[in-house]
Write a protein that binds this ligand. Structure first.
Ligand SMILES: [Zn+2]
Ligand SMILES: [Zn+2]
Length: 242
């Protein structure tokens, strides 16, 4: 956190240095990113991201959206308009905030060029069948995303949710990997706490649970030491194979 002197913000453990939440997914040469955070450029440089085939958006909050301009590099590399999927609220936010990114033809070269596609239900993208579930997130809703291939569900990404309703839990049962919002120990009006996230994990029993959207209340090592087996805090740069 900016201008904070707490033990986590002053920590020398690199796991305690957290940029905004986002994931990159790669399979069979297909590459997609979920959300373009204000840190998107730094995240791409740090992880040496070379190409993108699509962008998925979970919700319209700025900490998941405003790195969008940096997509221009990936449009230029492949000289193409990139498909960007999201719920209606995200589509409307992008059209309002980044009109030049959706204008055809582009006002000039060098801008991000997006082909907006509204998510209204399950859809196919690259090697995945993606099933969205609306999750409560304060004044708005976010999309929890379940990624499946021919063998069945592979992993789920549920960030920025205040709860996981029963309908959004069904597809999670026994899933190999669940990435789930867990902000801090204390309750929060728009995010799951560690305890609430663990309740979901105990019910749906994923092969592995990783918590994300972590705030500076949580020291990485101390929190992980106290979590049950199979559940852990994620961290920046973490690579997981499923
Ligand atoms: Zn702090
Ligand atoms: Zn949010």
């Amino acid at each position: 956190m900016i201008a904070c002197d707490c033990a986590v913000c002053r920590s020398t453990d690199p796991h305690n240095r957290r940029l905004r939440p986002s994931i990159l997914i790669e399979r069979n040469g297909f590459s997609l990113v979920v959300d373009t955070t204000p840190d998107f450029r730094e995240q791409c440089l740090r992880s040496n991201v070379r190409r993108l085939d699509a962008i998925l958006y979970t919700h319209e909050h700025n900490d998941h959206l405003t790195g969008l301009d940096e997509l221009r590099r990936f449009c230029a590399l492949d000289d193409r308009r990139l498909p960007a999927y999201g719920p209606k609220r995200v589509i409307e936010s992008i059209e309002r905030m980044f009109p030049y990114a959706v204008h055809r033809p582009p006002p000039y070269k060098g801008l991000p060029e997006l082909d907006l596609r509204e998510i209204t239900g399950p859809f196919d993208l690259g090697p995945f069948r993606i099933t969205p579930h609306e999750l409560p997130h304060g004044a708005t809703k976010t999309l929890g995303l379940i990624f499946a291939d021919a063998s069945g569900p592979v992993f789920a990404y549920y960030t920025d949710c205040a709860a996981v309703p029963p309908s959004a839990r069904e597809g999670l049962r026994g899933i190999p990997l669940l990435i789930l919002d867990a902000l801090r120990h204390r309750p929060h009006p728009t995010h799951l706490s560690i305890e609430q996230a663990l309740e979901v994990v105990r019910e749906v029993r994923p092969g592995r649970a990783l918590f994300t959207h972590i705030c500076h209340d949580l020291d990485h090592a101390a929190t992980n030491a106290a979590l049950p087996e199979g559940a852990a805090l994620a961290h920046d740069g973490l690579v997981v194979e499923v």
